[in-house]
Write a protein that binds this ligand. Structure first.
Ligand code: FAQ
Length: 353
């Protein structure tokens, strides 16, 4: 069992560096009984749409072989692939510190965390494949700059405290967003989220523990922790997406029970959970307008700079170019692994025949 798990981990890493589709080497199964193309049915007429919505309203899971409206499928492919790309690109800011982690214990934990993010990307690409999307097309869209990934991964990690802040805040925000996705109406996505959330929960704790160590350390370490919080706080609030009034997809995603909470609701939940954690660390949230509203029981926050968010989405964030260059380089350098695996698979198939 141990050896099998090690092998799966090895495959995840090979796949990350090469862009290799694990299905090509028969490592993965989607539980599909036939080709994905044949599995996707468009729901065209009113009666069928009503039946589909009744299933959603009745909290029944939609599975890959079920009938579904084309727009439902498109929405899921968009969100799941963006999510997958975020996990894979999200390995880069933290990967920057693997060779420089301050102790062996920190290095081991960070390596495991980054490897987990890679695994999340792979579960998510596999979930998108059940919707008739091919892994190659999804990668091509990312590498061509056509597909989005989370804005948060376009910020730099200049100090070790950034690794603490990412775990505490970025994974904390991801967790807040992803726990409701465990109840998403699409079965493969919801099931993938259960394991992802368990791992994100560990990530959040390892980040908070780094912050706690720094906050209880020397004055220089405390300054480093505060500086990281200052830089990550506002971008983390932006992770939840535009304000509800400007969210294009929320209405349909809520109707289809892909989204269970709005962008603003999740942002508020995150703020309410995180402010007391910052106080426990003895750190200050960089928001002069932040105040606790006794009447509502929520922390009220100051204005978010949505122009910064728009700029990052337009490709003008601090690290957009660097992130895409790193992914393209990994894809190019992994070409020989893909070729070798496909040659091996075809040799095996010929032998079997
Ligand atoms: N960044 O209409 P809405 C992680 C786009 S995983 C970039 O409100 P929606 C783990 C949005 O796509 C982090 N783009 O969209 C980790 C749309 O553009 P489009 C990723 C954003 O889908 C930790 C447009 O704005 N998590 O962190 C962002 O209803 C540490 C209008 O927005 C997920 O992907 C953004 N922040 O709601 C890994 C979770 N926000 O597609 C490594 C799943 C919005 O029309 C290290 N995704 N946009 O071109 C979701 O829950 C949703 O997709 C939202 C956006 C909530 C992100």
């Amino acid at each position: 069992m141990h050896l099998l798990l090690k092998f799966i981990d090895f495959c995840k890493i090979v796949s990350y560096f090469s862009g290799l589709n694990l299905k090509d080497v028969a490592m993965y199964t989607q539980g599909l009984t036939h080709e994905p193309e044949a599995a996707v049915h468009a729901v065209g007429d009113e009666a069928a749409l009503t039946r589909f919505q009744a299933r959603i309203d009745g909290e029944q899971r939609i599975e890959p072989n079920d009938a579904m409206p084309a727009a439902y499928r498109r929405t899921l492919v968009r969100q799941i692939s963006q999510h997958a790309h975020s996990e894979i690109v999200g390995m880069l800011p933290e990967g920057n510190w693997i060779t420089r982690a301050p102790t062996l214990r920190r290095k081991v934990a960070l390596l495991a965390k980054v490897q987990d993010e890679c695994g999340h990307g792979l579960y998510l690409y596999a979930a998108a494949e059940t919707l008739d999307a091919t892994r190659e097309q999804l990668y091509d869209d990312l590498l061509a700059g056509k597909a989005r990934y989370s804005s948060i991964f376009n910020y730099p990690t200049p100090t070790w405290a950034d690794i603490g802040a990412i775990g505490w805040l970025v994974d904390g925000a991801a967790l807040m967003n992803q726990i409701p996705l465990c109840r998403c109406s699409y079965g493969p996505y919801a099931r993938a989220m259960i394991r992802v959330c368990k791992e994100e929960s560990f990530h959040q704790r390892q980040g908070y523990e780094i912050m706690l160590t720094l906050a209880r350390g020397t004055p220089a370490q405390q300054r480093m922790a505060q500086d990281a919080l200052n830089r990550w706080w506002w971008p983390c609030l932006m992770m939840f997406g535009p304000p509800d009034g400007e969210s294009q997809h929320s209405d349909t995603s809520t109707l289809w029970k892909i989204k269970r909470f709005s962008n603003d609701e999740l942002r508020q939940k995150f703020i309410d959970a995180t402010v007391p954690q910052a106080h426990f660390l003895g750190l200050t949230i960089p928001d002069a307008a932040l105040r606790f509203d006794e009447a509502t029981g929520h922390w009220q926050h100051g204005a978010i700079d949505w122009e910064e968010f728009r700029q990052v989405l337009a490709g003008n964030g601090p690290c957009n170019n660097e992130r895409m260059a790193a992914r393209r380089k990994a894809h190019d350098e992994g070409a020989w692994v893909r070729e070798a695996a496909l040659a091996h698979a075809s040799k095996q198939a010929k032998r079997a025949a």
